[in-house]
Design a protein around this ligand. Structure first.
Ligand SMILES: [Zn+2]
Length: 491
């Protein structure tokens, strides 16, 4: 069996266009051919899982083209067309294949193409024909469309947020291909849309967890291949923005619709429980200071680069400095200018900087600080979080700056903080601090829950604020909860 692997992955925050402009080819990290195997084999990623699945099937892998970018604004049309053309050309060059494993997100938006995944998978389908199996692992933040269901045989969204099951879902998608090819599995997929903007919802507890449990219970039923709750991506304005239940059965369309509607009704009835519990930065800092023991992890949810925010908000750091906290570390704030200035000055220097707040007025003004350069690094390390274990990454030139009682890490590439490795890289053992602040909405939990005495969520204005109702969805098909109380769902 011959399986082609490739994809274009982007979570598009259309509100970020005002902050960064359009996303270009240069914003994507692109790997081609065998480079894909070098980079992802053995890693806990979608492609790592798909490669493992192919290995278990003794299949020949044809790696084509993979492009992935940090979440940001709408993808420029020419950038998308360039990447799509190369993916299709590389796929055509390795035909014939029995199956295609596509790494997709589900919330990709291109200037003039609202549904990147439906468009790309449709082009792949047109190229390979109906006899080839197309499978796709997806992010649960995908805004899933009928077009996707039409052209992809099997879509498997991650169940967990933090997404610790990317590897397993990638593997499962590829392992299904023999049954798709033999006709043992004749997939029929129903997408049930919910007019809901789901705030970032961890699946370790609360309504997101109980919805998963219902999905698994119904999935155990005869004929149900998969049932997944896609939270959707609220930080984007397209007609399909919302939550989605995707159910695939073996040949029974009525059953797929019935199961999807049962889950959708369950989510809708519990919608109030999805409203987040967060504090203002000032309250979050006070709560951390009053904790009996540390480390208390404060996550700045409003400035999550993993959802398209700039990563240089000063709201939480300002509150920490104003409260004169000591025994605290902050990892990290995105500011290449300050990182560069620290590298030029060198270890042991004291410099004046304007830190962060350089993209817009929403994320707070720059902080005027006199800082001591404690250490410098190249920002390169390997993740240990169960989400991305084994993936090599770099946050670019980094500096550890000391300001009174706070060690502040400054990086040169946008990212949320997934695990404690970035602190270790810069000489910080987070378990020795009372307060550990970072920027992330939920993914940090996979790397920090075990070592945190307590987790406190700080929210403020920002492109990924948990107050999803502050965003206008002009292009929505109808009213969306919680912004509009007239939003309604009946199965
Ligand atoms: Zn996600």
């Amino acid at each position: 069996m011959r399986i082609a692997i490739g994809g274009i992955t982007h979570e598009t925050n259309t509100y970020a266009d005002a902050c960064f402009g359009h996303t270009t080819v240069d914003d994507f990290s692109i790997t081609r051919g065998e480079e894909i195997i070098d980079r992802y084999a053995g890693t806990r990623t979608f492609i790592g899982g798909m490669l493992k699945g192919a290995e278990r099937l003794n299949a020949e892998v044809l790696p084509t083209f993979s492009a992935v970018a940090q979440p940001s604004g709408t993808i420029a049309r020419d950038a998308y067309e360039t990447m799509k053309t190369e993916l299709l050309e590389r796929l055509e060059a390795v035909l014939p294949v029995d199956a295609v494993g596509l790494e997709l997100h589900g919330a990709g938006v291109v200037d003039g193409v609202d549904d990147l995944e439906g468009d790309l998978a449709g082009a792949v389908r047109a190229l390979v024909g109906d006899k080839v199996a197309i499978v796709a692992p997806l992010d649960l933040h995908g805004n899933i469309t009928e077009q996707m269901a039409e052209v992809i045989d099997l879509m498997l969204g991650v169940h967990y947020y933090p997404h610790t099951d990317m590897y397993e879902r990638g593997e499962e998608a590829v392992l299904a291909t023999p049954r798709l090819l033999s006709g043992e599995l004749r997939p029929v997929t129903h997408v049930e849309h919910l007019p809901m903007l789901v705030p970032p919802a961890c699946t370790d507890f609360g309504p997101a967890r109980s919805t998963n449990e219902l999905c698994w219970k119904l999935e155990a039923g005869e004929g149900v291949e998969d049932a997944t709750f896609f939270h959707g991506f609220p930080f984007t304005d397209t007609p399909e923005t919302g939550a989605h239940i995707v159910v695939t059965t073996n040949g029974d369309a009525e059953q797929a619709q019935r199961v999807a509607r049962e889950i959708a009704s369950f989510v809708w009835e519990q919608r109030e429980a999805f409203k987040p519990e967060t504090d203002t930065p000032e309250l979050a800092v006070r709560r951390a200071l009053s904790a009996e023991r540390g480390p208390v992890v404060i996550n700045e949810s409003n400035d999550n680069s993993g959802g398209g925010a700039p990563g240089d908000s000063t709201h939480l750091l300002r509150a920490m400095l104003d409260a004169k906290v000591t025994d605290a570390c902050f990892g990290f704030i995105y500011d290449p200018e300050v990182a560069e200035a620290a590298h030029r000055a060198g270890v042991g220097a004291t410099i004046d900087v304007h830190l962060g707040g350089k993209h817009d007025d929403v994320h707070g003004a720059p902080l005027a600080l006199t800082v001591y350069v404690k250490s410098l690094s190249d920002g390169a390390f390997t993740y240990t979080t169960p989400m991305f274990e084994g993936v090599r990454t770099s946050y670019g030139k980094m500096a550890r700056l000391r300001v009174e009682g706070v060690d502040i890490l400054v990086g040169s590439k946008r990212s949320q903080t997934f695990d404690a490795e970035v602190f270790l890289l810069n000489g910080i053992d987070v378990t020795r601090y009372k307060i550990v602040a970072l920027k992330s909405s939920q993914h940090f939990r996979a790397g920090f829950t075990d070592l945190a005495a307590e987790i406190v969520t700080s929210d403020a204005p920002g492109l990924t604020t948990e107050r999803v109702e502050v965003f206008d969805h002009h292009r929505a098909r109808g009213p969306l909860w919680p912004k509009d109380p007239s939003a309604d769902y009946t199965a």
